[in-house]
Structure formats: C-alpha cells, structure tokens
Design a protein around this ligand. Structure first.
Ligand code: PMV
Length: 328
C-alpha cells in the first residue's frame, strides 16, 4: 500500500471575489484526507471510502468505475468523491505514461464534504501523490497541484480555481490571484471551525453572485471591496496582527452576506463566535451552508459553538505547515 495525506483549507479572505480577479488568501488546516493505493493486475479501479461523514453519519461506500450505485442527495457527495478519484487516477496514468494501470483505492477523510474546507482538493492531491509514487514517480508540489487542479476542473466542469489544490499540495497560507498562486508567511492562527452539518452548491452560489454583479453596480463594488479587505488582510498577516485579521474577517463576512451567499446557520454561528469573544468570524468557501472559520486563542468560541443550535460540530484546527505527506 502507498499512502499519502493532504490537508483541507479555510479561506481567511477572498472567496467569490477571487472568481473576478481579486486576490484571496486560503490557508491549509490540519484536517486531512488520506488516500491509500494498491496496484491491481486487471487494470480496474476500485474505490473504498470510509469515514466520509456527512450530517454526522459515517458512511461505508464502495464502487468501481463500471459499477456505480444509484445516486440520491446524500450519496451524490460520496459519488463525487469517487469521481475525483477516477479523474485523479487518470492524471496518474497520464503523468506516468502507464495507461493500463489499475488500483484499489481507499479514502479516509476527516474533512466534512462539500462544506468549504476543500475536501475534494485534498482527496485529489493525496490520490495523485499516492498513485504516482506507487508507480515510482514522486511529483514536486507544483506539478501535484497542477494535476489535482485538472482533476477538479474536469469533475466540476470547468468551475474550479487553483486555490484549493495549490493550498492542499503545498500547505501553509497561500495568496491566489488569477492563475498565480504563491505561499505567504502566516503566524500560527488560533483557528476554530463551526460546521452546520450541511453543504452549499458551489456552482449555484457562484452563478448567484454573477447575476447580482451583472444587475447591480454596487454588487460589483462589493466584490472590489472584498479585494480591498484581502489586501489589508495580507498586511495584517505580514505584521502578525491577529486582532486586525479578526476585524477584517468580520468585514469580509458582511460583504459575502450582502452578496447573498451566507445562510441563517452560517450567520448564527458567526454571531455565536463573536459573542463568545472571537477576534473575528466568517463563512469559508462557497457558503450557502457548511463551515465558518473564527479566530480565538481561548476555548470560549469552540465551547459556545458546540452549544449553538444549528452547529453540528465545532473544532480547533491548527494551520497545516506541511501540504502533502508521504506516509507509506
Ligand atoms: O467551497 P469551496 O471550498 O469549493 O470554495 C469555493 C470558492 C469560490 O471562490 C466561491 C469559487 C472558486 O472556484 O474560487
């Protein structure tokens, strides 16, 4: 078995606006997807996913590329995980030139699915890394990020940014602007995450922002204002000014909310975090449901969130300095 892990991420700043060329700052967190691969002699792909938890359930799921189960709402996310693996293994075949290769693939993840924490990118990065290594090729982080981006691009039918996959491959904090992704310095942030148990539909939310941006000039201004918040956030990161980071995250959440991508549960968790003394709190990722990210060096925010109606899970997540990890 060849085993790799890759981290999920939160957006400290800039989701949605990044689609229109503004900068964004995602940062990798110590919640990981682990993908193990073993070569098969028959050229087939078999995917087994454990611990992919959704709505608090742990689901056991097995499928091969030519034997898919019916899809319902819950299972569609799990099926998506299988699609990412299919597509990632295609990248492995392409980069190694071994078109006929087959694998048994096992996925384990403690990143909630489709909830703004970059679960699919982490699966894609870990799968490509494990698959290529099993065939004797070790990719550099940049190449790994590029191949994982192609995976997301294919599965998400063109709707993917490079942010998640780059962040997952390299770890740490990242600055993204257009196709340009680079690592930036960040202090060890006191990150707390609240998860409402749900997920947002990224494609629909991105389309919703596009509509308001076309209809209202002030929505276009709101997107530019998010870009300004991000630039201030970069300065605060460089100065290790965590209090200023928190204030700017609050600002960023308000602007995302104005664009219509928050939800009652995300707003409720954001306010619960602020009431508990968090330095700042915002939704992370596409929104609509899923996760918020808050900054709090004390235990108060995590405790408060765990008693907040609509918050299904609250946990701390250290910044992941290391991206992909080669475990076996
Ligand atoms: O929810 P996530 O982690 O897939 O993030 C989506 C981020 C968006 O900016 C809304 C879309 C994108 O592709 O950048």
């Amino acid at each position: 078995m060849t085993l790799s892990s890759a981290p999920g991420k939160v957006y400290l700043f800039g989701e949605h606006a990044v689609v229109y060329g503004e900068p964004a700052v995602p940062c990798a967190i110590e919640r990981r997807a682990r993908v193990g691969v073993e070569r098969r002699s028959d050229g087939k792909l078999r995917v087994h996913a454990e611990d992919l938890s959704l709505d608090g359930f742990t689901v056991e799921y097995g499928a091969s590329a030519d034997d898919r189960p019916d899809v319902d709402v819950q299972e569609s996310l799990l099926t998506a995980a299988t699609q990412y693996v299919d597509s990632a293994i295609e990248q492995v075949r392409e980069v190694t030139g071994k078109a006929e290769i087959g694998f048994d693939v096992t996925i384990e993840s403690d990143i909630p699915l489709g909830a703004g924490l970059g679960s699919s990118a982490a699966v894609a990065v870990a799968a490509i890394d494990a698959g290529t290594r099993a065939l004797g090729t070790t990719l550099e982080a940049d190449e790994l990020a590029e191949r994982a981006y192609r995976t997301e691009h294919e599965v998400q039918e063109g709707q993917a940014s490079r942010a998640d996959t780059f962040c997952s491959a390299t770890g740490g904090a990242v600055r993204v602007e257009g196709d340009d992704c680079r690592s930036i310095d960040a202090p060890d942030l006191p990150i707390v995450i609240g998860f409402d148990g749900g997920a947002g539909d990224t494609g629909e939310l991105v389309a919703g922002v596009r509509r308001v941006r076309e209809e209202y000039e002030f929505a276009a201004d709101t997107i530019e204002a998010i870009g300004d918040v991000v630039r201030n956030g970069e300065d605060a990161l460089a100065a290790d000014d965590v209090e200023e980071l928190g204030r700017l995250m609050n600002f960023n959440h308000g602007l995302l909310s104005a664009l219509g991508v928050s939800s009652r549960s995300l707003d409720t968790m954001t306010w619960a975090a602020r009431d508990a003394g968090a330095l700042g709190a915002k939704l992370t990722g596409a929104g609509g449901g899923g996760c918020i990210v808050a900054l709090d060096p004390t235990p108060e925010t995590q405790t408060a969130l765990s008693f907040t109606p609509g918050c299904e899970d609250a946990f701390r997540a250290a910044l992941a300095d290391e991206g992909v990890k080669r475990l076996e």
